[in-house]
Design a protein around this ligand. Sequence first.
Ligand SMILES: NC(=O)c1ccc[n+]([C@@H]2O[C@H](COP(=O)([O-])OP(=O)(O)OC[C@H]3O[C@@H](n4cnc5c(N)ncnc54)[C@H](OP(=O)(O)O)[C@@H]3O)[C@@H](O)[C@H]2O)c1
Length: 337
Amino acid sequence: MGVKLTGAGSIGMMPSIFGPIAAMVAIHRVVCSRMPVRPSPLLEGLSGGGFSSGDRTGVAIVVGLALAGARVWSRGKGGKSVNLELFDLTGKVAIVTGGNGGLGLGMAMGLASAGANIVVASRNQEKTQQAVHKLEALGVKALGVSLDVLQPELVEACVQKTVDTFGGFDILVANSGTVVRKPPEELSIEEWDLVIDTNLKGTFLCCKAAFPHLVKRGGGKIITNGSMFSIFGSTVRSAYPSSKGGIVQLTKSLAVAWAKYNIQVNCIVPGWLKTELTKPVYEHPEMGPTILQRTPAGRWGNPDDMRGIAIFLASRAADFVTGQAIPVDGGFSVMGI
Ligand SMILES: NC(=O)c1ccc[n+]([C@@H]2O[C@H](COP(=O)([O-])OP(=O)(O)OC[C@H]3O[C@@H](n4cnc5c(N)ncnc54)[C@H](OP(=O)(O)O)[C@@H]3O)[C@@H](O)[C@H]2O)c1
C-alpha cells in the first residue's frame, strides 16, 4: 500500500464513519484470524467485541481508509495520538504553476494523493493534458489551464478560470521557473529579464492574483519554489540565484503581510533533483558526479521527493508554519567539506 505507520499499536476511529468501520472490521477480522494479536479496546467496542488489532496489515488497512478521507487516529508506542486528518486535502483545490512536469507535477501528484483537486497551469498544453490524465487517475478532478507567468493578464485569467470551474481555491503552488546558464559577463539584458521575470516577478504575480480569492476562502496556503541558489552563488548563473534568493525574501514578506488573513506562505528549497531543467547538469560528465558526491543522501533527488513537503505545507498540519524556506535536498545545504 506504500504506507507504513511505524510503532502503531491500537487504532481508533470517529463514530461518524460507521460505514467504513464496518467494512474495515470485516476485512480486519479475516486478516487477523490467523495472527498473534493484541487487543484494541476502541475497535473491539465498535465491532461488538472479539476484535483485535496490532498487526501491520490491519494498520495498513486503516491508513488506506485514512488516505481515502476517513478520520483516523493512531496510538503510537508512546501513547500519543496522531491525527492523520491533519494531512487530508479532500475537497481542497490547488493551482500548481508549471505543474505539467518535473517538480511541479511531483507536488501536484502529492497534493492529489492527499485528495486535492488540481489546476495544472503551464504553457505547453500537450504536456499539461498528459499531467491532467495522471492526476485524474488518482481519483481527483484536474483541469489544464494555459498560463504564461510573463503575462499578467494570463495569470489573472488562470485564477479566474479556476474560480469559475471550482468555485474558488485553497492552495497555490507558485513553481514555474527557468534558468539561463552563462557567466555574468555574457548574460544579456533580455536573458536577465527572462529569468527574473519568470521566476521572481512571475511568483509575485501569481501570489498577488491568488490573494483575494484565498481571503474569500477564509485563508489558504501558498508554496513558492526556491533553490540551492537561494543560498549559494554560481559562476554560470547570476540571474537565477538572484531570482531564487528574491523568492525567499518575497515569501517572508507575503507571510508577514498575509498572516492576519490566515494565509500561510512558505518556500520549498529543493536541492538537486532530476528534471528537464537539470538534465544538462546531471548528464554532464563532471557536474553530475560532483553533485552526487556532495549530496549526503548519496543520490540525486527526483520529483517524487517533493510530494511529502507539498502535502505538509498545503495542509492543516502547517497552520502555524509561515515565512519559512525549507530545504528538500538530501542534506546538500548542510554539507561542509
Ligand atoms: N530540478 C531541480 O533540481 C530544481 C532545484 C531547485 C529548484 N527548482 C525549481 O523547480 C521549478 C520547476 O523546475 P523543474 O526542475 O521541475 O524543471 P521543468 O521540468 O523544466 O519545469 C519547469 C516548469 O515551469 C514551467 N514554466 C516555465 N516557464 C514558464 C512560464 N513563462 N509560464 C508558465 N510556466 C512556465 C514549465 O512549463 P511550460 O514550459 O509548459 O510552461 C515547466 O512546467 C523551477 O522553479 C525551478 O527553478 C528545480
